[in-house]
Design a protein around this ligand. Structure first.
Ligand code: PLP
Length: 427
């Protein structure tokens, strides 16, 4: 039998860190990742045959559980007709019709192949349409690996960013201003100073890449007003929250209308898909109807569209999001009760089908609080859960995801595992 360890040894010789995306390597929590052999419903099985209740869901897409027959069969049907055409195909039109129907702020949409492509393209549209160069983002929010986003706040009074990765030119980082999430006063001050040069502000409307941090009451509305007043575009990065916190995404959940929205994850049903869209007058400026260039050999791929459309059918079932939110609540309330019972400082956040766990007594609504929580405790807890057959995101700074396939029994088993893992982590 091939073991996880053997595979990781081989992988490390051949791929940077042994993986094709960094967080999979367990660097943040320590130890070695497992290699998945198959997935079904709420479970993953590794190459050694061990089963895990999975709260990562391929980092978000698997909102109906893994390997759902409706999605799989749609893919099987599509594959029979060929893998890629390089011409328009009917499923692209159905996909655009579905997105524009489900998300009222989107009049027109462009399909791409990842969330990163979607956010890179959206800020190009913001710059192209406004004729301005500056982009505003938030510390702790992740928008993929585009140069403009791998930027953190610089020191000193100025908010101009500095690169967080070698290879990102300083000149590029100079065009990204960084703000503190959930601090409207700071945003107001920044716009007062630089508003006339700001092309767009991009935000995860529920932050899911610094653990899970919902917006404070009125915060997104406040950002909407600032952008409107200063002629900047409001871009909601709904790669994670889209079709996750509500059928209409975070913009429906909080009742705020962005100018542009980006998607990924769920919209591809597990295939590599992203999308960006928004107001007609903006999207019509994208090539070939307008001068803002963006393209993709495999964009709108028929197999990927089939998977995404099948997924979007499933999530439109009546009551889907109510049930998902109730399951998520069962999990977070249950974990809180277990932690309280064990005397462990702990708090949770949740919106729809996404959640965050923090080893602190405080209710967390800022990046500073998230990074101040006890990450060493999280890492011990993570490994305790993994040992007991529960897979949480391998980092204290990632949101967790519940799927409609997680049963009450799966949640009960998770809570039982948590009791043991907390006891072991505390010892
Ligand atoms: N935006 C958000 C909010 C994300 O969470 C991610 C990925 O996790 C991305 C963008 C980038 O998407 P991708 O990894 O598909 O490039």
């Amino acid at each position: 039998m091939t073991t996880n360890h053997e595979l990781f040894q081989r992988a490390q010789q051949l791929m940077p860190g042994g993986v094709n995306s960094p967080v999979r390597a367990f660097k943040s929590v320590g130890g070695e990742p497992f290699f998945t052999a198959r997935a079904d419903g709420p479970y993953l099985w590794d190459v050694e045959g061990k089963r895990y209740i999975d709260y990562v869901g391929s980092w978000g897409p698997m909102i109906v559980g893994h390997n759902h027959p409706h999605v799989r069969e749609a893919v099987e049907r599509a594959v029979k007709n060929g893998l890629s055409y390089g011409t328009p195909c009917p499923a692209e039109v159905t996909m655009a019709e579905t997105i524009t129907r489900l998300i009222p702020s989107i009049d027109m949409v462009r399909m791409v192949n990842s969330g990163t492509e979607a956010t890179m393209s959206a800020i190009r549209v913001a710059r192209g349409a406004t004729g301005r160069n500056l982009i505003v983002k938030f510390e702790g929010c992740y928008h993929g690996h585009g140069d403009s986003f791998l930027v953190k706040a610089g020191s000193g009074a100025l908010t101009f960013g500095v690169p967080t990765s070698p290879g990102v030119p300083k000149a590029n980082a100079d065009l990204t201003l960084t703000l503190t999430y959930n601090d409207l006063d700071a945003a107001t001050r920044l716009f007062d100073e630089h508003g006339h040069d700001i092309a767009g502000l991009i935000i995860e409307p529920v932050a899911g890449n610094m653990n899970c941090i919902p917006p404070k009451d009125g915060y997104l509305q406040g950002l909407r007003e600032l952008c409107t007043r200063h002629g900047a575009l409001l871009i909601f990065d709904e790669v994670m929250t889209g079709f996750r916190v509500a059928l209409g995404g975070a913009q429906a959940y909080y009742g705020v209308t962005p100018d542009l929205t980006t998607f990924g994850k769920i919209i591809g049903g597990g295939m590599p898909v992203g999308a960006y869209g928004g107001r007609r007058d903006l999207m019509q400026q994208v090539a070939p109807s307008g001068p803002i260039y963006q393209a993709g050999t495999l964009s709108g791929n028929p197999v990927a569209m089939a998977a995404g459309l099948a997924m979007l059918e499933l999530i439109q079932a009546p009551g889907f999001y109510d049930q998902l939110a109730a399951r998520t609540r069962l999990l977070t309330d249950g974990l809180q009760a277990v932690a309280d019972g064990e005397g462990v400082a702990f708090s949770t956040n949740r919106v729809g089908g996404m959640f965050g766990l923090f080893f602190t007594r405080e209710k967390v609504d800022s990046y500073a609080q998230a990074i101040a929580a006890d990450t060493a405790m999280f890492n011990r807890f993570f490994h305790g859960m993994l040992e007991r057959g529960v897979y949480l995101a391998p980092s204290a700074f990632e949101a967790g995801f519940v799927s409609s396939a997680h049963s009450e029994q799966d949640i009960a088993d998770t809570l039982e595992a948590a009791r043991g893992a907390l006891r072991a982590a505390r010892a």
